[in-house]
Design a protein around this ligand. Sequence first.
Ligand code: ATP
Ligand code: MG
Length: 436
Amino acid sequence: MSDSFQSIPGTFDILPHTQSTSADTVASTHAWQYVEETIRRVMHRHGVHEIRTPILEPTALIARGIGQLTDIVSKEMFAFERGSTQYVLRPEVTAPVMRAYLQHHLAQLGGVQRLYYIGPCFRAERPQKGRYRQFHQFGTEYIGADDARADAETILLAVDIYRELGLTDFTVRLNSLGTAASRTAYRTALQAYLRPLAGQLSETSRERLESNPLRILDTKSEAERGLLEGAPIMLDFIDEESAGHYGDVKKHLTAAGLAFEEDPFLVRGLDYYTRTAFEIDSPVLGAQTTLAGGGRYDLLAGEIGSKQDVPAVGFAAGMERLFLALESAGIELPKAGVPDVFVVTLGERAGDYAFPLMRAWRRAGLSTVYDLKGRSMKAQMREANRQEARCVVILGDAELDAGTAQLKHMDTGEQQSVALDDLTGILKTAYVPTPE
Ligand code: ATP
Ligand code: MG
């Protein structure tokens, strides 16, 4: 082991090539860019615009916005103080986006704001496959929308991104959490049901029984799942309007041909959700099965200081879990793009001659590379092959004296001698992509 620095456990570098260890795989920057471009393309099709908010936010925004009793606030926040300001590295992006919406009075623009983000989030969790301390989320927020079509569209948008990437093996689970009032009534009923069973609950669940009993529904323990079999069902407690809204969401999803499962025990980790809640799971993910989660959060704006009600719905999805699912599904992601031209030069004179020429080629749109280490012709050719260059230009003293260069087209293997004056034109014709 060397003394040099290592990245912090639970964080990782993304390199130009895929890194595979026995424990984990990190996709290449090219694969990340491809996935990000796919996300942006699907967002664009839905008329959703990108928003970028700071990594640093005031701690109170997160603590108030997502609820004091959530795991994130109680134990996963990277928060610190400097002077009299409390900072947090954002653990999620919904509260920041709502903050920005309120701060910039985006409601005044009229209509619904359809926003999306892609970027890093931070949570002090125990690092493991699919669970990191710095990870990346993408997601949408439709702010100002109470129409059930917004809920359905949010789910379908996430699904479209997965499908566009070639993923087909996932399930959508759906529930309705009603309003704050129906949740309080349900909470009381659930506590009444679970209190006599407290002895059989895990320590965490026993703590949650008084603080946040809905989270017990989320349990992964088989024994606890068994205990929950006779538990009251949230849907029996929701108000008529929420029930109507839920029915409409299901109607739109069905009209769109999306298969989904109703899961009466689906709750979301955060306190601000009302009505629609959903998760998208991938069976290939193993322990960390959730690709994305979301729902309606009509209470968030009020929670962080808005005087007006701001209905909103959105989803958040993990990038790393998406890469895991793509890997398990055997979906190949693009590698680095290949250079158009690899220039092999022999000697200083040829190197100097080629330098400004290559600049002109690059400005003309040709991806042009060369060896910076003054290696042998053989080594340069090997490098051109390794990089899968589309053609190789060979320049040495003899060629310069003759006013020519050797041009080798790598797809056919054909090699020709070309006058230097014609070279740029030939390369442009052969290798600059013509606009469609
Ligand atoms: P989990 O139940 O897996 O802890 P969560 O309910 O905390 O998830 P959300 O807050 O809903 O997750 O975040 C949305 C998505 O972000 C998750 O579905 C998951 O794909 C991803 N995600 C959450 N936490 C992490 C993490 N620590 N590392 C990697 N991805 C994460
Ligand atoms: Mg979590």
